[in-house]
Design a binder for this molecule. Structure first.
Ligand SMILES: Cc1cc2nc3c(=O)[nH]c(=O)nc-3n(C[C@H](O)[C@H](O)[C@H](O)COP(=O)(O)OP(=O)(O)OC[C@H]3O[C@@H](n4cnc5c(N)ncnc54)[C@H](O)[C@@H]3O)c2cc1C
Length: 312
């Protein structure tokens, strides 16, 4: 295990924001994870996990404890099942399936994510979600490594019970079951999905994915006259936060070095000098404006790393 001290975290997150970690371990295999856990337990330190760092907001102040960057990347294929370690990217997972003539993850390469992060947040796009093909999850739980059935975990829209406050599991990997199919067709769908995403969402800039969860709930029907699309969204059961932010006229709004994307209202872009403090100010402002205009409260989808520091 290679443990480093006082290491800047900002380059590990796609938002390019954040202070230093007291200790940082790049976990290349299961042994590194176990040794990092022992190290943290001996020093009575909390542990935080980073997968691909695509959904993270890291505070400007330094973080006490051990950060485990999950770089475990082994993949095993048996018949239609693929076991992928937590650090494998969704793109690599779909690609490995193709090599064995397996399809069913056409949505996945458009989502920048590790397998561990995707399982925890039930990442998804284009009607597909991580839970759809997932069968089992390998976790480090209470000092033991266990394989648990998907049915023992609750999954919902961008949610799994791994997100619950008192959950301290470390996801070590996932077993996915795909189907035999036409790889060429699958590749075309993947390419089309990536193109569609690049048309609607900011690409190649420092950001952290959607800042807010979409709103699931009722809204004052008197607003339908002024915002006709609202009715359609309410019928579908989800009102995109990006739509609410756009209709509130907030696209392009800037706080310090952070700007609400002109392309998609639910993304914030770090223009180079953005800080955690700028993001927080912008998040608070957006929440207030959305509440004032639409009477609804939207919540963060982005994860605060310091809130994820736990004894494990
Ligand atoms: C440009 C862009 C587009 C995006 N589009 C989408 C989209 O279409 N759909 C979508 O769902 N998401 C999207 N996202 C958000 C992001 O890709 C997902 O939330 C992704 O699943 C996060 O995974 P990660 O590996 O990056 O997790 P991280 O950001 O590294 O971590 C997220 C959380 O998971 C925890 N975690 C990470 N690994 C583990 C593990 N092994 N065990 C336990 N906990 C762990 C972390 O502690 C943290 O709490 C987008 C992000 C970006 C930057």
């Amino acid at each position: 295990m290679n443990i480093q001290e006082n290491i800047a975290l900002k380059d590990i997150s796609t938002f390019k924001i954040g202070g230093k970690a007291q200790y940082l371990v790049y976990a290349e295999n299961q042994q590194d994870i176990i040794e990092a856990l022992r190290f943290a337990q001996d020093k009575d330190l909390s542990i935080g996990l980073i997968g691909s760092g695509c959904n993270l907001l890291i505070q400007d102040e330094d973080i006490e404890g051990v950060i485990l960057k999950m770089n475990t990347k082994s993949i095993e294929i048996k018949d239609k099942q693929i076991f992928a370690e937590a650090g494998v990217s969704l793109a690599m997972l779909a690609n490995s399936g193709h090599k064995a003539n397996l399809v069913g993850l056409e949505w996945a390469p458009s989502v920048p994510s590790s397998v561990g992060g995707a399982i925890r947040g039930n990442a998804g796009a284009f009607g597909g979600e991580t839970k759809d093909t997932l069968k089992q999850i390998r976790v480090y739980r209470g000092g033991r490594i266990e394989d648990i059935d998907k049915s023992d975990i609750d999954f919902d829209y961008r949610y799994s019970s791994f997100k619950d406050e008192n959950n301290t599991d470390i996801i070590l990997g996932g077993l996915f079951e795909l189907e035999t199919g036409d790889v060429a067709v699958s590749k075309i769908q993947i390419r089309d999905n990536i193109i569609k995403k690049s048309q609607n969402q900011p690409i190649g800039v420092a950001c952290s994915g959607c800042i807010f969860k979409n709103y699931e709930g009722l809204i004052n029907e008197d607003l339908y006259n002024q915002y006709p699309d609202l009715k359609t969204f309410v019928t579908k059961g989800i009102i995109p936060s990006g739509y609410l932010i756009q209709e509130a006229g907030l696209k392009g709004f800037t706080q310090g070095g952070i700007q609400i994307s002109e392309k998609h209202g639910n993304y914030m872009i770090n223009t180079g000098t953005g800080t955690y403090r700028d993001v927080i100010k912008l998040i608070d402002m957006v929440k207030m404006r959305i509440y004032d205009i639409f009477g609804v409260s939207i919540e963060e989808e982005v994860v605060y790393l310091h809130q994820q520091m736990k004894k494990r």
